[in-house]
Design a protein around this ligand. Structure first.
Ligand SMILES: [Zn+2]
Length: 392
């Protein structure tokens, strides 16, 4: 199949972009050859041996046609993903804020496409749904009184909605919008698109009542009641929760930044069934959401939200920074609470203590990928236009 010496470059993640080519969009069919760096540029040129078309390895990524150094673009985007604002990032790297904004928009689009491509048919046992206001940290530091915050929350569109698998810490969905039924529907819909079709996890939420309707919409079915008598009108069918659906609300009462009480309400299923799922992690319903509070992600998202809400004006900028953060969090950031012990202690060079932990990202724990992705690698990933066959 190949002539001449074997090429060093890995073309296995690339695909031919030519619409007229039979191999267009297919990954791993061996139709691509590396062809060196045209005019001494930083990127390799690839050749599709089927249609004889040449293209750059950056085609379709945000690096395509950009004159700025790759490392600069990557570091600017890393700063945005860490929650630093557009203006702050622009000052640090001495780049025009409009350029930073443009890179943010491009990177968000790329990471969103990447997440859509990789996050599908996920199997989880639990989903925790949470809305978090971007102003939350202002409340925490006492800059904004809680009562005023709640007043503003009701009018403001700046709720950050998250859905997470507490076991792998995988962020299934992140979105921004009002605290309304429509948003609850949208977030639950997003979660169902990421989960495998046969996966009906245990749902835990706070006391926000609209979750009930949203969950019932997606995890309900028509039930024909038993016909009581031989004669008379047939009783009407009713929309009921699926038999396996488990849903509980955990309601925290916080007074002066102290957690004073945790109550729970079993909405669908039984307390026994719910505690059986939680017991796999040594949790109980009363403590399940406390686990969640301690996650660094919460502060991280708040930082992202706070920055963009003030600096980017309008929720579109926030949505982009959250999309960026979504991919960065799931694939790039090893999570301390899900790290895996190494079987053998690896001595480190020098006098440091032995390394005992293998870094694990939420996507690795969830079995979606086998390594920690770098932001650069993710930004360079050309998302194929359609799903690839398994093992292809
Ligand atoms: Zn081709």
């Amino acid at each position: 199949m190949t002539r001449g010496r074997r090429r060093e470059i890995d073309t296995s993640r690339h695909f031919c972009p030519n619409p007229a080519c039979a191999y267009r969009g297919w990954v791993g069919w061996g139709n691509l050859r590396a062809n060196g760096h045209p005019s001494g540029g930083p990127w390799r040129q690839l050749l599709c041996v089927v249609c004889r078309r040449y293209f750059l390895e950056t085609l379709g990524t945000l690096f395509h046609g950009k004159r700025a150094p790759v490392e600069l673009i990557v570091r600017v985007i890393a700063c945005l993903a860490e929650g630093l604002g557009i203006r702050g990032t622009a000052r640090v790297f001495e780049v025009d804020p409009n350029t930073v904004l443009q890179w943010l928009v491009d990177a968000a689009e790329q990471l969103q496409a990447f997440s859509r491509y990789v996050l599908h048919d996920v199997q989880v046992q639990q989903v925790q749904l949470d809305e978090l206001f971007a102003l939350l940290s202002a409340v925490k530091t006492g800059e904004v009184p809680a009562a005023e915050a709640i007043e503003r929350l009701d009018r403001s569109p700046s709720w950050v909605w998250t859905a997470m698998d507490p076991e792998s810490k995988l962020l299934l969905a992140i979105d921004i919008g009002d605290r309304t039924l429509a948003m609850a529907q949208r977030v639950v819909h997003h979660v169902t698109q990421v989960l495998a079709p046969d996966c009906t996890p245990l749902f835990l939420t706070d006391g926000f009542r609209e979750y009930l309707t949203a969950l019932l919409t997606h995890y309900g079915h028509w039930v024909q009641p038993e016909h009581p008598q031989a004669k008379g009108p047939r009783p009407k069918s009713r929309w009921m929760p699926q038999p396996g659906l488990l849903y509980a609300q955990v309601i925290k009462t916080i007074r002066q930044r102290r957690l004073v009480r945790v109550r729970h309400r079993v909405v669908f299923g039984t307390l026994e069934a719910i505690n059986d799922v939680l017991a796999l992690h040594g949790w109980q319903l009363q403590t399940a959401f406390i686990e969640r509070v301690n996650l660094s992600m919460r502060q991280h998202v708040a930082a992202v939200g706070r920055r963009v809400a003030t600096l980017c004006k309008g929720k579109d900028g926030l949505r982009q920074q959250l999309a960026l953060y979504h991919g960065y969090y799931n694939f790039c950031l090893p999570h301390t609470s899900v790290r895996k012990p190494l079987l053998l202690l690896e001595p480190t060079n020098g006098t440091g203590s032995a390394k005992r932990w293998q870094p694990q990202t939420p996507a690795m724990v969830a079995g979606l990928t086998d390594h920690v992705w770098s932001l650069r690698e993710m930004l360079l990933f050309r998302v194929p236009p359609w799903p690839q066959p398994v093992g292809g």
